[in-house]
Each structure stands twice: as structure tokens, then as C-alpha cells.
Design a protein around this ligand. Structure first.
Ligand code: ADP
Length: 400
């Protein structure tokens, strides 16, 4: 079966087509600036053939129409007809507590996702726009929703309940949900395969370090804790997000800087993190270059980032009563040799010993710990799209 995987943001849309007979990637692409001047689609087939086209796209539906044109293109397309697509897998960020595993999209499911707009206002509305556009354009092709929150639904209440009046949980669903679940799940499964072990026998800590970053603790193949919270703003320091800070700081800054709550949250989401600390960039390549050239705040940002990740690793080793595996993934985890080194430095007492030579690589699956490291350290490129496509095939097969 060929599966179209769609990941809709507010003004962007990423897509891939995979042939699931052999899990082969056929093409991928990106639409940017949907609803904004200068909309553009970049399409690339697996053999490198593709194109970049500027064409007005006011809605997600128009964006998907352009994706279909790309898939059917005679020069660089991958389909003779749209009927070849057996199912569409949609990345959906938030499913609240009602949906805890990947599911066939029905009107009822869409309704539940709309009910989550309140708790995921920047993510779920564009996800649902993508779903509705596909339903309108391919009414006979089944759609499957795969949730970022699903993998974390196994956390015990002691991990997900906040120490605020319990009523806020029962009335509004205020609790830790966790995100990047598809990635944490994928790399934990790969880790077991790479080590030739049964996933259920491993205690794993996964570090998804990209623009957004989160750390998870996994036991028996199930998530028992994760660093992101009610929203993806919580946890470690990120590119532009603050991660955890003392909540009383909000009121202080708002009154001194005369900010509304929306403006304050914008600062915490878009102007904080390593970008806010350094004043240089949210991109770790820029920060590493600036730090090498003597920029002290860039160095400080890198130091703080590493320190926060270390703190989660330590606390998850305690929660898991030891760890067998530590995984690095996503843009920074896969590519920043120096950040992996910095995070793992001085953790020998916890059984974590990075091998500097094995660590000297980017973007490939590898074991990068020393032979005598009690905790095996793995580098595993994430593949959320493959995971979404796998779930899509499974859910569609079950529904038949
Ligand atoms: P997203 O959360 O947007 O999916 P990614 O997982 O693609 O993010 O990670 C993007 C980040 O990865 C960039 O902002 C950059 O900080 C980091 N990154 C990518 N390549 C490198 C590299 N060679 N060295 C250091 N950091 C890198």
C-alpha cells in the first residue's frame, strides 16, 4: 500500500509518500507560506528529481491540491493516479485523554480533535484543516490520525498530575500530556533492534533534541515520564522556548514591561530559550560558531541547554531505578557532536561513558558509548513519517 503522510502546520505542510510494501520513501516535500504572500511548494522525488514552484495558496486545501499536482507530475511525480494512495496518515499533535492510540478518522474523531482546540490552540486547528482538506479532495480514501500525545498516555498519574487543585484536572483536563511521542516511540523501538534486545527488557531514556526538545523515560516499552507538559512549552530549554521557569516570573515581567498574557506567552514561546539567552540565534550551528569565536552568552546558552538535559537524564535514571540505554535524536541530537559530548560529560558515576571517537559522526545509527559504559548510548535518526505510515497501514488493515 502507498501511504501519503501529511503534517500540517498553521502556514506550512510537510508531506511524504511511502510504499509500505518495503517501507520505501518515494518522495517528500514542503509547502510554505500558506495564506501568506509568496506561497511556495518544494517537491523532491527519492532520485533527487523535483521542483520548487511559487504559486498562490490561500488555504490548506489549495496546498494539498498542489501536493497532488506534484505527486502526479510527469517529470518528477510518483503516481499515475491518486487512486494508488491507499490511505492518508495525518500527524495530529493533541488528542487530549480521549484518544490514546492511532485511529481511523471519522466525524466523531474530528469532533474530539476540535474539542482539543482549547488546549492546543496553535497545533490542532491546522491539523484538522489538513484532515478536512483531504476528506474533501479524496472522499473515498481512508485517513488515520497519529497523535504526538499517544505514546505518553501510559504515564502514571504520579507523573502527569500537577500540584494544583485537583479540580482543574477534572474540570479542564489540566495535566501533563507530553509531545514528540511518535519520535520517542520510534527511537526506543529502533534501540531495542540495534541492541538485539527485547524492548520490554530495557530501561531507556530518549532525548529528542530539535527546535523543540523533550526527554522521555521508557520502561517495558512504555513511557513513564516525559519533560514536556500540558503544552510543548514545558521542560528543557529549547531553541526559542523557555522550558520550565518559576511561574511567578510571569506576573513580575508583565507588570514591569506592561505586557498582556498573550504577549508574555509569545516571549516565552518565541523569544526565549537559547535564542533569548544568547541574543544570537536559536540554531545550534550559529551558537557553536559564535561560542568558538568567544561569544560568552552563546557559550552560556549551550551550557544551560546541556545542564537542563543532564538534569532530566539524572532524574529519569532515578525514576527508572537505573537505565540501560540513552538515545539521542532529532536535529541537535543527530548532528551536534559537541552537544552530545557536553551532555554526557561527567556522568560516569551514573554509568554513562561516551566514546569520543565513536561519537564523531552525524546522522547515522550508531552505538557511541565506550565498550565498558553501563548505559549504552545510541545515536538514532528519528523517522516520524515512517512511524505514521506504519500505524496508518495497521489501523486501515484492522478496520477492514
Ligand atoms: P524541528 O523541531 O523543527 O523538527 P529539527 O529536529 O530539524 O527541528 O532540529 C533543527 C535544529 O537542529 C536546528 O535548529 C539546529 O539547531 C540543529 N542542527 C541541525 N544541524 C546541526 C548541526 N550540524 N550541528 C548542530 N546543530 C544542528
Amino acid at each position: 500500500m502507498k501511504v501519503l503522510v501529511i503534517n500540517c502546520g498553521s502556514s506550512s505542510l510537510k508531506y511524504q509518500v511511502l510504499d509500505m510494501q518495503n517501507e520505501e520513501l518515494l518522495c517528500k516535500g514542503l509547502v510554505e507560506r500558506i495564506g501568506i504572500d509568496g506561497s511556495v511548494i518544494k517537491h523532491e522525488r527519492a532520485d533527487g528529481k523535483g521542483y520548487k514552484l511559487q504559486v498562490p495558496m490561500d488555504t490548506h486545501k489549495e496546498a494539498i491540491e498542489n501536493v497532488f499536482d506534484a505527486l502526479l507530475n510527469t517529470e518528477s511525480g510518483v503516481l499515475a493516479s491518486l487512486d494508488e494512495i491507499g490511505a492518508v496518515g495525518h500527524r495530529v499533535v493533541h488528542a487530549g485523554e480521549k484518544l490514546t492510540e492511532s485511529t481511523l478518522i471519522t466525524d466523531e474523531v474530528v469532533k474530539i480533535l476540535e474539542e482539543c482546540f482549547d488546549i492546543a490552540p496553535s497545533h490542532n486547528p491546522p491539523n484538522v484543516l489538513g484532515i478536512k482538506a483531504c476528506q474533501a479532495l479524496m472522499p473515498n480514501t481512508p485517513g488515520v490520525a497519529v497523535f504526538d500525545t499517544a505514546f505518553h498516555s501510559t504515564m502514571p498519574a504520579s507523573s502527569y498530575i500537577y500540584a494544583i487543585p485537583y479540580d482543574y484536572y477534572t474540570k479542564y483536563g489540566i495535566r501533563k500530556y507530553g509531545f514528540h511521542g511518535t519520535s520517542h516511540k520510534y527511537v526506543s523501538e529502533r534501540a531495542a533492534k540495534m541492541l538485539n534486545c527485547n524492548l520490554k527488557d530495557l530501561k531507556i531514556i530518549t532525548c529528542h533534541l530539535g527546535n523543540g526538545a523533550s526527554v522521555s523515560a521508557i520502561k517495558d516499552g512504555k513511557c513513564i515520564d516525559t519533560s514536556m507538559g500540558f503544552t510543548p512549552l514545558m521542560g528543557v530549554v529549547m531553541g526559542t522556548r523557555s522550558g520550565a521557569i518559576d511561574p511567578a516570573i510571569l506576573e513580575f515581567i508583565m507588570s514591569h514591561e506592561n505586557l498582556t498574557i498573550e504577549e508574555m506567552l509569545n516571549v516565552l514561546n518565541k523569544k526565549s530559550g537559547v535564542f533569548g539567552i544568547s541574543g544570537v540565534s536559536s540554531d545550534f550551528r550559529d551558537l557553536e560558531e559564535a561560542a568558538d569565536n568567544g561569544n560568552e552568552r552563546a557559550q552560556l546558552a549551550l551550557d544551560i541547554f546541556a545542564q537542563k538535559i543532564k538534569a532530566y537524564i539524572g532524574s529519569y535514571i532515578a525514576e527508572l531505578n537505573g537505565a540501560d540505554v540513552l538515545v539521542f535524536t532529532a536535529g541537535i541530537g543527530e548532528n551536534s557532536i559537541s552537544m552530545r559530548q557536553k551532555i554526557c560529560a561527567n556522568l560516569e558515576n551514573l554509568g554513562i561513558k561516551l566514546d569520543p571517537e565513536r561519537n564523531n559522526l552525524r546522522g547515522d545509527e550508531a552505538i557511541i558509548s565506550t565498550v565498558d559504559s553501563k548505559v549504552k548510548i545510541l545515536l538514532i535518526p528519528t523517522n516520524e513519517e515512517l512511524m505514521i505510515a506504519r500505524d496508518t497501514v495497521e489501523v486501515v488493515a484492522k478496520a477492514k
